[in-house]
Design a protein around this ligand. Structure first.
Ligand code: ZN
Length: 387
């Protein structure tokens, strides 16, 4: 049976790519932004709000779902889509990023990462094989390989050793993925036979290491490729150079995913460098802190200047928040600590991000991406109405 997963490159313009990702849970138009749904929930959003905002795919965090409620419970409930009531595509990360962030609570060797749960201190092992098994039970449409995440800055030697380990882990992940898919290995209770798996290119800011990582990861063979280990504190210019050089090395007819980036400007700049998929907590996390992205600049809603401002958050936005409420009311909700502040602000920020992606796709299809990019960056340079 042919895999329900496929990617079609529909058009290119000024380095940007317009594409279509097909999964057994529907189609994702690329370039795409994936809202982050850490615990099977994009914070403050109902699934219907996500649909209304234009989300076509969301990201789930394996680390959190594995610890609570548990991947086996989710598999018994029919898989993640059914459990959370989201019938559109889902990508899950490998859990590695969260485990590596645990600092003193984890130990890493060639087998994988042993860590203590942040919830109850219990000891767990995340290996390339268990990362595949857990994601198979969750049943996401796209599963990520387990890679080693280094803190920035790291020396060349450290980065090289870590990149080489990530390549070895990627090969183990692929072997495990194949054995789960073909039913050759132990039964893990996979819930999505159409699941695809992406490899991750590492190598820090050293381009020759990135090149080697890309070549060796491509040689293993995945349905798509991610660029990991960026947006971790390196200078922005350097990130753009690495993205550009690395994306160029990836297969043209497979999807490319830049992990963990970024600002609206980063999205536009990295689309220009050939990236198809993004995820970032910025729009959702900032919304809960009263930091809002608008077409006229960033707004800090708690600023006193909005106390009696009758205008909508963003006059160019069609979201429910902007259609219904004034900046004055949103400021009041935020200062009063009302839950609706998080809800309304998140709805707006996600709409802004997803609408930016929609406009990017439209510009590529009209072969006018470069013009869009120049205009967007001009307005972005005005960004930050409040400090
Ligand atoms: Zn809005």
């Amino acid at each position: 049976m042919p895999s329900p997963f496929s990617f079609a490159l529909l058009a290119t313009a000024d380095g940007a790519r317009l594409g279509e990702l097909r999964t057994s849970h529907g189609v994702v138009q690329t370039p795409a932004f994936m809202p982050v749904g850490t615990q099977g929930s994009v914070k403050a959003m109902r699934q219907r709000d996500l649909e209304e905002a234009g989300a076509q795919i969301i990201l789930g965090n394996t680390y959190h779902l594995y610890l609570r409620p548990g991947d086996t419970l989710i598999a018994r409930r029919g898989g993640l889509h059914r459990f959370i009531g989201w019938q559109h595509p889902i990508l899950t990360d490998s859990g590695g990023y969260q485990v590596f962030s645990l600092a003193e609570r984890r130990r890493i060797d060639e087998r994988g990462a042993e860590f203590r749960s942040h919830l109850d201190g219990s000891v767990h092992m995340l290996s390339p094989e268990t990362a595949v098994d857990i994601q198979a039970r969750l049943g996401s449409d796209i599963a990520m390989v387990l890679d080693e995440c280094l803190a920035y800055p790291a020396s060349r030697d450290e980065t090289a050793a870590s990149m080489e380990r990530s390549v070895r882990w990627a090969a183990r992940c692929r072997a495990q993925f194949a054995s789960v898919r073909d039913g050759a290995g132990p039964v893990v209770g996979a819930t999505n036979p159409g699941q695809a798996q992406f490899g991750i290119v590492q190598g820090g800011v050293f381009q020759d290491l990135r090149d080697r990582s890309a070549d060796e990861t491509i040689a293993i063979g995945f349905e798509g490729y991610a660029i990991g280990g960026l947006s971790v504190g390196e200078p922005l210019d350097l990130m753009y150079v690495v993205v550009s050089e690395t994306a160029r090395r990836l297969p043209e007819h497979q999807p490319r995913y830049l992990m963990g980036a970024g600002t609206p400007q980063d999205l536009v700049e990295c689309v220009a460098r050939g990236i198809d998929m993004f995820d970032c907590v910025l729009p959702t996390r900032n919304a809960r802190n009263g930091q809002l992205f608008t077409s006229q600049g960033r707004i800090n809603i708690k600023n006193a200047r909005y106390a009696e401002d009758e205008s909508p958050l963003d006059p160019s936005c069609g979201c429910y928040t902007c259609r219904t409420h004034s900046r004055a009311y949103l400021r009041h909700l935020y200062l009063a600590g009302e839950m609706t502040a998080g809800v309304l602000n998140t709805l707006h920020n996600l709409t802004f991000y997803l609408d930016t992606m929609r406009r990017i796709r439209e510009a590529i299809s009209l072969r006018a991406f470069d013009k869009f990019r120049q205009e967007f960056l001009r307005s972005a340079s005005r960004l930050s109405l409040d400090s």
